[in-house]
Design a protein around this ligand. Sequence first.
Ligand code: ATP
Ligand code: MG
Length: 353
Amino acid sequence: MRNYKIAVIPGDGIGKEVVPVTMDVLNHAAECFQDAAFTFTEFPWGCDYYLEHGKMMDDDGIEQLEEFDAILLGAVGDPERVPDHISLWGLLIKIRRSMEQSLNIRPAKFFKGLASPLADPRDFDIMVVRENSEGEYSEAGGRIHRGQDELAIQNAVFTRKASERAIRYGYQLAGERKGKLTSATKSNGIVHSMPFWDEIFKEVSQEFPNVEATQQHIDALAAFMVSKPHEFDVIVASNLFGDILTDLGGAIMGSIGIAPAANLNTNGDHPSMFEPVHGSAPDIYGQGIANPLGQIWTAKMMLDHLGEFKMGESILDAIESTTAAGIKTQDIGGDSSTVEVAREVCDRIKFKE
Ligand code: ATP
Ligand code: MG
């Protein structure tokens, strides 16, 4: 029997509602499968903790987290009471940076029973691999002059190491899925970093002869995701391009409340962290109506990372059969509560050989 040690940080707002029911789903799946168990250790870190202790997490928080197999996080942020730069940098970004979680993996997929803005979202099932540590979101640059001559310079930073890491992961993932990898580029307009990215994309392709590799300019790619969404499998993108494409992917699915994400440490020297795309949603917190599916699907990604593929697959099937049966929270057009949806997912988990 494998026993996984999971650090759980519910965090703020609806994180405190969707994380507990997700632990129920994981425990239920473990009972069904009988070959793995979870030991959850909860950490009370977040904005309440900050208001009481003057810090978002313990000083030795990172060391405490090191001993776990994975971290399951809800959401961080309570902008009415704690400024975002304190809450995000004091917990979320601190963990991502200290633990070198340099890839952000975000799937998007159409589920029966969801209302997509696309006329034909069937077979929409993609995985975006987003470089998460550098690129366009760099601090290099500045502003000079005043008045008519005022100007701002923003430098993008692309290292071979980080670009190669994201691209290679994209190829590996495509090889495990439908064998198609699309690289988001813009080398006709961005003349240094993007040709460099394209070069690495071609180089790494030699290692994966069975993956069909194409590159597309980001503008055309965004349009194709809407006009022919079923043609994509895995997309690898820089920090900014990946950010934009994953929001688009979430919109095609129907709600941000369903979208999952993983922050991966690909060296295997620190734990990876699994957190849904949505935030703490203070506007609906406390009403018991938050959609738990994003968090539950995020837990499925954690299971894949731990190598528990069958268990993960059974959770994804249970999510899909729950939405198809019309058991949904308000954000996706239903009237069920957080707890009701999660209970339904539990009831629909089936053992797979
Ligand atoms: P943060 O700063 O923590 O990211 P935010 O306000 O920027 O918070 P979200 O918390 O993701 O972003 O909320 C955006 C909108 O989506 C809100 O109206 C929120 O109620 C809604 N929303 C987010 N997550 C869910 C969910 N799981 N279920 C239902 N609605 C959600
Ligand atoms: Mg926000």
